[in-house]
Ligand binder design. Structure first.
Ligand SMILES: [Ca+2]
Ligand SMILES: [Ca+2]
Length: 196
């Protein structure tokens, strides 16, 4: 095999850089208006306290997401470790990896996912303390843990295959869940206002 002289060694960094890349640490604040954001294949951090973003894709790497306010008008995709305590996101699809999604409402904040919360394959953890999800939670296959102690899920809980755990101690679920018949303790043991 022949190697063109141009490739070594001066050109080597140029060949390596795109594969390694640099992680991105991005903060979006009140007054900011950004388009479709695509972060890197490294471990990125996204922090949003206000403003508007058209969409966010965090790419590969076990990324960090923190949102306390503002609006993501489209999808938040490929997230990994997410904490959502204020603002609005149209749709969440975390996809692969063992994801963590925590949702609550800070003081004076409203926390809304307009459509679905999807965590995709992997052993995912979802903790809902407050806020509103307009449609469904879907964890796909994997050993998923979902805990809901408050808030409103207007659609249903979809769990996929795997020995999933659903702890429901508060909040409202709009539609009967796949888990409703298999939960321990049974649904009737919970003091919730869910429709059965
Ligand atoms: Ca990334
Ligand atoms: Ca996942």
């Amino acid at each position: 095999m022949r190697y063109p002289h141009l490739l070594a060694p001066a050109a080597l960094p140029l060949l390596v850089l795109p594969a390694l890349g640099y992680p991105q640490d991005l903060t979006v604040s009140p007054g900011d208006s950004l388009g479709a954001i695509v972060q890197t294949q490294q471990i990125d951090t996204f922090t949003m306290t206000g403003g508007t973003v058209q969409s966010l894709n965090q790419g590969q790497g076990f990324d960090v997401f923190r949102m306390t306010g503002g609006r993501i008008a489209g999808e938040f995709g490929d997230g990994d470790d997410a904490e959502f305590t204020g603002g609005e996101i149209d749709n969440v699809n975390m996809k692969l990896a063992n994801n963590i999604f925590r949702m609550s409402q800070g003081d004076g904040a409203t926390t809304v996912i307009v459509r679905n919360l999807v965590t995709g394959l992997g052993d995912d953890t979802i903790i809902i303390r407050d806020g509103t999800i307009g449609r469904d939670i879907s964890t796909s296959n994997g050993v998923d843990k979902v805990s809901m102690s408050g808030g409103t899920l207007k659609g249903e809980m979809r769990a996929g295959n795997g020995n999933d755990v659903f702890a429901w101690s508060g909040g409202q679920i709009g539609k009967r869940s796949k888990w409703a018949t298999t939960m321990t303790p049974p649904l009737s043991a919970h003091s919730t206002s869910a429709t059965r």
